[in-house]
Design a protein around this ligand. Structure first.
Ligand SMILES: Nc1nc2c(ncn2[C@@H]2O[C@H](COP(=O)(O)OP(=O)(O)OP(=O)(O)O)[C@@H](O)[C@H]2O)c(=O)[nH]1
Length: 315
């Protein structure tokens, strides 16, 4: 099955995410791809959704909370519904301006279907004026602006028309200093070509050295491991003990040597958590991290599975 491309549109309130979505949907209409949109708004009533009122675009709205915290479960259900019923080739997820990028990725990557996605990247719009005057914001909001820039893979410094040339270069300089890996573009009304975005890739895939070389280096990356076998619990604990600190999140289902049912496993900033499940679920483990060599992680997990298999054969 072809995997669905997913783009996360992040950015502060009023920075131009909906305008960007409009641009992208126009591009998609031209390309003729089956497109779906998920919009998340903090309020109970959607204001922006008419952007996607096109019979060719499947639209899901998540209202009344932020996907990165209060309505994660609802998001999972809606994404699964979209995948099953609409089978889109591409999904655009517009987050609320208050969302933190790591938490959004976390919310989207359900172990039930993460292997059906190719997360292409986090596209962040920055309101140039807001950035210029950011010192007037509360420290928390300044921090959120910074985090949205730091974790982005593609940054649109928007509302260029409102800035002088020297302000434009100063902002680009500041943003590139915070996130040198992201592509950074100055835009008016979030005008960007979809071809530029399609060059992004955030999900780990086995790469030949040639493709790895041409691919853009990204900050946050994701990786899905599919277990074929149970593993030893103590071996898995050893694996966790030496996980790099920049793996922020691991979640999914895992089977241990002593139980026929899988466990839901959650790991957040160094803390593991296990809960026994009553039914068999796909044994996918989803990882989110920064600057990680995922092939090393993959090798270690494979080794754990092999060890269990060999041990069983010797019994
Ligand atoms: N002057 C100027 N205005 C812009 C530009 N891009 C967007 N806007 C305007 O800025 C306002 C906010 O744009 P949106 O695209 O709705 O921003 P958003 O990030 O979706 O906003 P929220 O949904 O509130 O988070 C709208 O009135 C846009 O027309 C730009 O490049 N220049």
């Amino acid at each position: 099955m072809n995997s669905t491309e997913v783009y996360i549109l992040s950015g502060f309130l009023g920075s131009g995410k909906t305008t960007l979505l409009k641009t992208l949907l126009e591009n998609e209409r031209f390309l003729g791809r089956k497109t779906a949109v998920m919009m998340n708004e903090l309020g109970k009533v959607s204001i922006d959704s008419e952007v996607a009122r096109d019979e060719d675009v499947a639209l899901k709205e998540l209202l009344g909370g932020c996907i990165c915290c209060s309505i994660q479960d609802k998001l999972e259900g809606q994404l699964q519904g979209l995948l099953l019923n609409e089978k889109p080739e591409v999904i655009y997820i517009e987050t609320t301006g208050a969302a933190h990028p790591v938490e959004v990725l976390d919310a989207i990557l359900s172990p039930l279907f993460a292997d059906q996605f190719t997360i292409k990247g986090i596209v962040t719009t920055v309101d140039g004026l807001r950035w210029r005057d950011r010192k007037a914001l509360s420290p928390q909001l300044q921090q959120l602006l910074l985090e949205q820039v730091r974790h982005a893979d593609f940054i649109l410094v928007n509302k260029m028309d409102e800035l002088s040339e020297s302000e434009q270069s100063k902002i680009i300089f500041e943003i590139q200093a915070i996130n040198p890996k992201a592509r950074c573009l100055l835009t008016n009304y979030s005008q960007v070509s979809i071809d530029e975005l399609r060059k992004l890739t955030l999900s780990y895939a086995k790469q030949t050295s040639a493709t790895a070389f041409t691919q853009q280096a990204l900050n946050l990356t994701t990786f899905v491991y599919q277990f074929q076998e149970p593993v030893s619990h103590s071996g898995f604990e050893d694996f966790l003990r030496v996980l790099p600190e920049t793996i922020y999140r691991v979640k999914g289902y895992i089977k241990f040597d002593y139980s026929s049912k899988p466990y839901l496993f959650q790991y957040s900033y160094g803390m593991p958590f296990y809960m026994k499940e009553e039914m068999n679920l796909p044994l996918n483990l989803v990882f989110i991290g920064e600057n990680i060599n995922w092939s090393e992680i993959e090798e270690k997990l494979k080794k754990l599975e092999m060890e269990f298999k060999n041990q069983k054969e010797n019994e």
